[in-house]
Write a protein that binds this ligand. Structure first.
Ligand SMILES: CC(C)(COP(=O)(O)OP(=O)(O)OC[C@H]1O[C@@H](n2cnc3c(N)ncnc32)[C@H](O)[C@@H]1OP(=O)(O)O)[C@@H](O)C(=O)NCCC(=O)NCCS
Length: 149
């Protein structure tokens, strides 16, 4: 049965799939720990929990996972997009744009009042899909603990 955890999109030799069983967790973790600027301290145990509790999008070339994105959501009102990457050797070919387009158009992620994300320098990527800077920064708060783990 097709469900939100088992959808597939094809673009030439590339595929995006939401089936969590296909995710190559060691590869995702290797990228996040060694190449990302936001998840250098992520542990394998955390990654398991993160994947279990997110709607995950794996980007594949044949059987090799080359990118990832995940959404934390209540599936009715709100979504957070995070851990977005395309491996460096596949960047700049439109795959990141395709990944975000697939994510924001997922049939179970429609009609929300708000999506949020944080990014250091990829604002222009997300702007293509309707994201903007926070309009009322004074209304937003965070409870941050950068050294929590
Ligand atoms: C960001 C990322 C996912 C984009 O994927 P990609 O396949 O390289 O990007 P695409 O080829 O689809 O093109 C991205 C578009 O966004 C634009 N863009 C804006 N900011 C960008 C950024 N920081 N990095 C890459 N592209 C960016 C590009 O110029 C391009 O627009 P154009 O087609 O109008 O020229 C990828 O470069 C990546 O993994 N970067 C390192 C990790 C990262 O920064 N992740 C995002 C964290 S919020």
């Amino acid at each position: 049965m097709m469900s939100k955890n088992n959808l597939e999109w094809q673009n030439g030799e590339y595929k995006i799939r939401t089936n969590k069983e296909l995710l190559q967790i060691d590869l995702i973790l290797d990228y996040l720990v060694n190449q990302s600027y936001w998840a250098k301290n992520r542990t394998a145990e955390q990654m398991q929990t993160v994947i279990e509790n997110s709607l995950c999008f794996g980007l594949y070339r044949e059987s090799r996972q080359i990118g990832f994105a995940r959404v934390v959501t209540d599936f009715a009102t709100f979504a957070y997009l995070g851990d977005v990457y395309v491996l460096p050797e596949f960047q700049g070919e439109g795959l990141g744009k395709w990944l975000i387009e697939v994510v924001v158009n997922h049939p179970d992620l429609q009609g929300f009042r708000r999506w949020i994300l944080a990014t250091r320098d990829a604002h222009m990527l997300y702007e293509k899909y309707g994201f903007t800077e926070l309009k009322h920064t004074e209304r937003w708060m965070e409870k941050a603990d950068p050294n929590a783990y």
